[in-house]
Design a protein around this ligand. Structure first.
Ligand SMILES: [Fe+2]
Length: 382
């Protein structure tokens, strides 16, 4: 049996932020709580959003205290605003952290909590307020996933909530909102999208539905990530990357990711590295480990990158996918040597243990993996 779930409505295109107010009115909502971070609030990104709401007669309040890797503490601050304002819709604007925070705030406005009861899968009792999610990076795909990742400050760990109540009603993808993203963030967030697509595509939970989305996402990222990195004002490349990130998000929330994300969470928290960067530099080492488990898929990835796979033995053709990813990382100036990130072999056993504790991620990895495998992968790439 295969089950595929998705958000009901995706609006995409240059300038489509102008449709926001009308979308809110179609849902018979009139009071919007906008959730974003301080940086977004002070950029001009907010203006087209509030202009559209004003034109449609939708009143709005802003909660802008979201930091990267938001914690449950932010819920208390958001509720202070929300209780007075009595919002009837939540609009998330920003990168993955802001959109994940918007999801959490949406469900906490209709559920009694405490929020830590809702960690895990399908533990949120009631639907939240309806959400419209608007990404300003092309990476997490959070606008179309049913996942919210939060820092649990009580235990100092990242934890995920997975529930269909976390799907937005509308995902609105306007490439204009990503034009100002600096090259380094364009590269790391774009690589995160590529990792989502590859891990979902080669994983054991892949289906014909997710394969279709992921192969298209890989093809688009292989073609356009370099261009978006080289010239952030290239609207064709920006639009392709935003759509590709969304396609990968639609897929991976139905399959899970894999060993790359499990290792990236462990390494990222050990060495305080951004999520997109950690997933990016781990990708070639994990692909090399995984490719004997599912060579046909890795050959398709190589072909999507334009590698010449004609008349080549299967394993060599599959390994061309690893070469293609290394070439991309070189062009994006992202090292795939662990030593460049302060990694030390004395930490590898702990990192391997933490990585394998991410059971949901490991369950989708195409190749079965042990702690010793992870240590060996890390040592080979120091
Ligand atoms: Fe990711």
């Amino acid at each position: 049996m295969q089950i595929f779930s998705n958000v009901p409505r995706i609006i995409s295109g240059l300038g489509c932020i102008d449709a926001l107010g009308d979308e809110v009115k179609k849902m018979n909502r009139a009071k919007a709580l906008i959730v974003c971070d301080q940086g977004i609030k002070h950029l001009s990104l907010m203006t087209p959003l509030t202009d559209s709401l004003d034109r449609a007669g939708v009143s709005h309040a802003v909660f802008s205290d979201v930091q990267s890797d938001p914690s449950l503490d932010l819920l208390n601050r958001s509720c202070e605003i929300t209780n007075d304002f009595a919002a009837d819709i939540v609009i998330g604007l920003g990168g993955g952290s802001a959109l994940d925070a918007a999801k959490l705030i949406s469900i906490m406005l209709t559920n009694k909590g405490p929020a830590d009861l809702y960690y895990g899968i399908d533990n949120i009792p009631e639907p939240g307020l309806p959400m419209i999610l608007i990404p300003t990076t092309a990476g997490t795909g959070s606008e179309v996933t049913n996942i919210s990742v939060m820092e649990d400050s009580k235990v100092g760990l990242k934890k995920a909530m997975i529930s269909d109540h976390l799907y937005s009603k509308v995902a609105l993808l306007d490439p204009n909102l990503t034009l100002g993203l600096p090259p380094r963030l364009t590269a790391t967030t774009g690589m995160d999208a590529l990792v989502h697509a590859i891990e979902s595509y080669v994983g054991v939970h892949a289906s014909v539905f997710t394969d279709t989305l992921n192969l298209q996402a890989i093809t688009m990222i292989a073609r356009y990530l370099r261009q978006a990195y080289a010239n952030g004002q290239n609207t064709v490349a920006r639009e392709a990357m935003l759509n590709a990130s969304c396609l990968a998000g639609m897929a991976f929330c139905n399959t899970q990711n894999g060993l790359d994300h499990a290792m990236a969470l462990a390494i990222g928290s050990k060495y305080h590295l951004p999520h997109g960067l950690a997933t990016a530099f781990i990708l070639p080492m994990v692909m090399k480990f995984n490719c004997i488990a599912n060579p046909d898929k890795f050959i398709n990835i190589a072909a999507a990158f334009g590698e010449d796979i004609e008349d080549m033995p299967e394993h060599e053709a599959a390994l061309l996918s690893v070469k293609a990813v290394k070439d991309l990382l070189n062009d994006l100036n992202i090292s795939y040597k662990l030593g460049d990130y302060g990694a030390d072999a004395v930490h590898f056993e702990g990192i391997a243990k933490a990585a394998l504790s991410a059971g949901q991620l490991i369950s989708n990895n195409p190749r079965q993996v042990t702690e010793q495998d992870v240590v060996n992968i890390l040592k080979a790439n120091l």
